[in-house]
Design a protein around this ligand. Structure first.
Ligand code: N01
Length: 542
């Protein structure tokens, strides 16, 4: 056992949206807290994802905390869709406002945590030699984390003579691609944001695309002073609406179905929404995912847009979304992605028919063709949700490893707690809705629920709270039941874990929607934490 360096009441892992607010709430309970963060600053996903073009595709006015009127009033977003630097500045601003830094330790990655059943305490270890004893351990590590990037096992990478990068831990100093021949692998939300920006520098840019995404224009713009004032005045109503929306967004659900409009009117509205930008074009019909005719109409619109924008028919043919239904993978927002392929130095290569065979010292080999490159960018996503947990050596009762528990697929009760791991609580853990929603709204829910659970334990003299195997299993089954028959089943995606070779195809997110999740979690708390075993001083009370 390592020598204990500190005794705490609560340890939080991660300094992103989740970790900052969790630390704030735990301190408000009077607990002695320590937060560890691997990065050198706050930001979490928004610290690591500083690749060119990194931007949020939720609107800034609701991609933020709602819990503090003071912060809502004091902070002003400059753009409709905030870029990574602005979100990182915002989180730094929040950390300062809440005076959190004194309890935070940066540049320390949590590598292991062991539960001592006799003492009912965790020992949390970092790669900098800290070993902190604590009653509560709260993970705020996110589901798409730098510890669990998806780097395809393409042979030859170690012999590549150029430079290579994964978008999920981009160099802080930035990368200058001027005069370089650059290859981008991956055309999910990330690759789509990065390509137009890198194309402005690179001498040649080749995009290696396996699956063409459905993409709609963000039409990002600065926020005018009067828009900001109107938003700030309307915040109480905005948050009320967001909390009632299944995706945590302050939008009204679409009211009309496909057959309610004649075709000419439907087309007119689609054109209007496309020009307005953002998600609206997906929200014309309320039956777009459930009604094949509705979906086919919208899919055809997306394809026609690609053909209208991309001048070269051969490139357009590759870029047109096809092979899976709209909505089965995340739809992306872009800024001039398709237009970028009209530049003579930007190319697209279909690697579905002929996959990437090797990285050579001088570039990438696709079938028999060599593509010379000075830099390769992997925009290939993540071993999502379970990956970040499996990257740490967390051992619960009986020395059971959480990594082993999660090897066959996602497991957690309410997406926030694990059978066999007392007092280990997870903000946005496996089987949680967060990554299918506007994430900060989900995070606030989880943080508040966890803080309340810990307050309950403190108040009632409960030393350990842990879900039963039965409660966890029922939640796991419900998670899989919720996705059954949905559009998600019709494609491979990170949400299913099927983007990572060898990972079990099990849905990672709870799809019941935020209002139902809120209700479920509130019901459990009101029922004295039904589904949890509560341990008082000696032995189990139930
Ligand atoms: O990752 P992805 P991402 N050979 O897994 C391809 C969030 N996000 O980083 O589809 C060739 O979606 C892969 O191809 P395929 C958001 O939740 C949020 O883009 O598997 N290609 C795919 O094209 C998002 O969903 C924001 O066939 C390979 C790409 O790499 C999540 O992050 C902004 C390959 C990976 O796409 C992940 O997005 C950006 C191989 N061997 C991201 N392996 C916000 O706005 C993989 N690919 C908040």
């Amino acid at each position: 056992m390592p020598e204990i360096t500190e005794d705490m009441d609560a340890v939080v892992i991660g300094a992103g949206f989740a970790g900052l607010y969790m630390l704030h709430r735990l301190r408000a309970l009077g607990l002695r807290c320590r937060l560890f963060e691997a990065g050198e600053g706050v930001g979490g996903a928004w610290y690591w994802n500083r690749y060119p073009g990194a931007r949020c595709d939720s609107e800034s006015y609701f991609y933020c905390y709602s819990f503090s009127d003071e912060i809502l009033e004091a902070w002003t977003w400059s753009e409709k869709f905030p870029g990574q630097p602005e979100i990182e500045r915002y989180l730094n601003f929040v950390a300062d406002r809440l005076d959190l830094r004194g309890d935070m330790r940066f540049g320390q990655r949590v590598t292991a945590a062991r539960y001592d059943e006799a003492a009912l305490l965790w020992t949390v270890e970092t790669d900098a030699g800290a070993a902190v004893r604590t009653r509560y351990l709260v993970t705020a590590i996110g589901g798409l984390a730098p510890t669990a990037t998806n780097l395809p096992a393409i042979p030859g990478i170690e012999d590549f003579e150029g430079a290579w990068y994964h978008t999920g831990h981009w160099p802080k100093a930035g990368v200058d691609f001027t005069g370089k021949r650059v290859g981008v692998i991956g055309t999910g939300s990330t690759g789509i944001q990065a390509v137009p920006v890198i194309a402005r520098q690179a001498a040649e840019l080749t995009v290696f695309q396996r699956t063409p995404a459905y993409i709609m224009p963000a039409r990002n713009a600065p926020l005018a002073a009067d828009e900001v004032a109107a938003i700030k005045a309307d915040y109480p109503a905005i948050w009320r609406k967001a909390k009632l929306h299944r995706g945590g967004q302050p939008y009204d659900p679409p009211a009309i179905a496909f057959g309610d409009l004649d075709e000419a009117e439907a087309r007119r509205l689609q054109e209007l929404y496309w020009e307005q930008g953002g998600l609206r074009v997906l929200q014309l019909f309320n039956d777009v995912y459930a009604n094949p005719a509705s979906r086919a109409f919208v899919e055809a619109f997306f394809r026609a847009k690609v053909r209208a924008i991309v001048a070269d028919p051969a490139k357009a043919e590759i870029l047109e979304p096809k092979g899976y239904p709209l909505g089965a993978k995340r739809v992306a927002l872009d800024t001039h992605y398709y237009e970028t392929f009209n530049l003579p130095h930007v190319h697209v290569v279909d690697v579905r028919q002929t996959p990437i065979t090797a990285v050579t010292p001088g570039g990438l080999r696709i079938g028999d063709t060599d593509h010379p490159l000075d830099a390769i960018i992997f925009a290939t996503g993540y071993d999502a949700v379970t990956g970040p947990f499996r990257a740490m050596d967390i051992r619960g009762r009986g020395g059971v490893r959480l990594a082993d528990r999660l090897a066959d697929g996602p497991r957690a009760y309410l997406g926030m707690s694990f059978a066999g791991f007392p007092n280990l609580l997870a903000v946005s853990g496996p089987c949680n809705p967060a990554l299918s929603t506007n994430v900060p709204v989900s995070i606030e829910h989880d943080v508040e629920w966890i803080a309340d659970a810990i307050a309950f334990c403190e108040r009632e003299g409960i030393r350990a709270i842990e879900p039963t195997e039965e409660a966890e299993e029922a939640w796991v089954e419900d998670t899989q039941a919720k996705v059954a028959g949905s559009i998600f089943e019709q494609a491979d995606s990170w949400q299913f874990g099927s983007n990572v070779p060898g990972k079990p195809r099990r849905f990672l997110l709870w799809l019941g929607g935020l209002p139902a999740f809120r209700e479920k979690c509130a019901g459990v708390a009101a029922d004295d934490y039904a589904g949890f075993m509560l341990t008082r001083r000696e032995g189990k009370d139930r």
